[in-house]
Design a protein around this ligand. Sequence first.
Ligand code: GLC
Length: 563
Amino acid sequence: MPTPSAPSSPSPDSWWRAAAIYQLYVRSFADGDGDGIGDLAGARAHLPYLAALGIDAIWFNPWYPSPMADAGYDISDYRSIDPVFGTLDDADALIDQAHAHGIKIIIDVVPNHASDRHPWFVAALAAGPGSVERSRFWFRPGRGADGSLPPNNWQSIFGGPAWTRVVEADGSPGEWYLHLFAPEQPDFNWGSADVRRDFEDVLRFWFGRGVDGIRIDSAALLCKDAALPDVTGDEQPGPAHPYMDRDEVHAIYQSWRAVADSYSTVNLGGRMLIGEVWLPDGSRLARYVGPGELHTVFNFPYLNCPWDAAALRQVIDSTLALAEAPATWVLSNHDVDRVVSRYGRPDTAFDLDRRPYFHSLPVDLALGTRRARAAALLTMALPGAIYIYQGEELGLGEVQDIPDELRQDPIWARTHGADPGRDGSRVPLPWSGTEPPFGFSPVGAAAAPWLPQPKEWRDLTVAAETAHPESMLQLYRQALRIRGSAPALGDGGMSWQPSPDGVLAFDRADARDAGVPSVSVRCVANLSAGPVALPPDASVLLVSGPLDDGLLPPDTTAWLRIG
Ligand code: GLC
């Protein structure tokens, strides 16, 4: 096991600047033991698949012990593995095996809130008002003569009030506690020195086991205004909440960065911190990636952007203008609708707060798939790191017809079905065969996959797509192989090229040998309604769909070799 070096040592290897990072949603990736839920044994068994896909790192969604009120984002022990996923030994073996394949491991840490079964919260309930135990969370007396009204008017991001009242040890109605998400996810009070110390220790625990990076859940929400003022109008709920996104958080991330840097060694590479920061105004992202803070943040403006050349160009430019951090490019994750469905709708944007509207729109899957292929090549040509959410490489669509009684996302229950929630992007992966469980679970499995798989996925299994040269999987494999080997792609600069309306064209130059004539890659993405000509002196490296008489058809992207 690695030991920390001197605290101030710089990161010797900024692998995250250009990495292709695969998001592995463990409960839906592969089921090793036949209980219908994905696990670490399943993930280990498919590491060769990921190595062959050509990714550099895996981000694991939470794998810790959890009552699963929010699919593992309600953690009861930050230093272990949930038995449904395996053991700490499995995690150690997985980290080692991944490293042997040259793949880094990023894990999710959830600092904004714990599970209501976390020992600290259980102790807080028992200890009563005014105790040190309660000071680690946000307990407050209620308003009104008998305290029966919540302490303020904040709403939960998952729907309903952000406060729940407890019953005190003597059976009387007691204080209220704050939960920005489900009631089973009480928010930590980051004003507590115990909380700050314990999380640094959690980072050391995992970095010490060889983990290469941490994805920080809800990274902008940690620090609240201790006065907990009411909000007005449409200020709530959400990440842009006026009483969060506060300056205090920067001292916390500076100390996390010092911990990460202290584990960075020349042999093992740098340890990375990436924040999940949903802020509508991308310019505020710079606050989180200042010197000595987070290395990078997820690019949600890119994910939310419609399939529109001018809008995408604007997001790309503003992303690259954030000089403090390497860019990340994200098309999907476990919280949003899958990309082929989004791009197949008449409105191709996305917004977490308007999921019911997007689900009410018709989906043209063939169109969405063509655009998703074009988007994949556009995304992989941009300078920076890319995130691929499992199943994106297979072109899986959002499953919108999950029977109500099988839905598990707390958003569904807390909005009384008004918001379908996120289950449709979390359906277990199809690996092989012609009917469910499509190789997700072993033969003779005791249980069906935890969410039902559409029968149409028989054409989208890894096995079926491997056999099909034009499949989404083959496109991802080829693109990742070229991206990994062409020095012009990945990290570096880009230069926009003149192009007709609705077309994005840019060059990536090999910047290694300044002054030496070098090979550039040009990316041309046609988002216009008609075909466009390609430059006469270019040779095609890869194209997301067939050319039409030498022209690049609509909703198609080409990678060209120039010079
Ligand atoms: C983040 C996660 C999401 C989770 C929420 C609460 O947004 O990505 O899945 O429900 O935080 O932890």
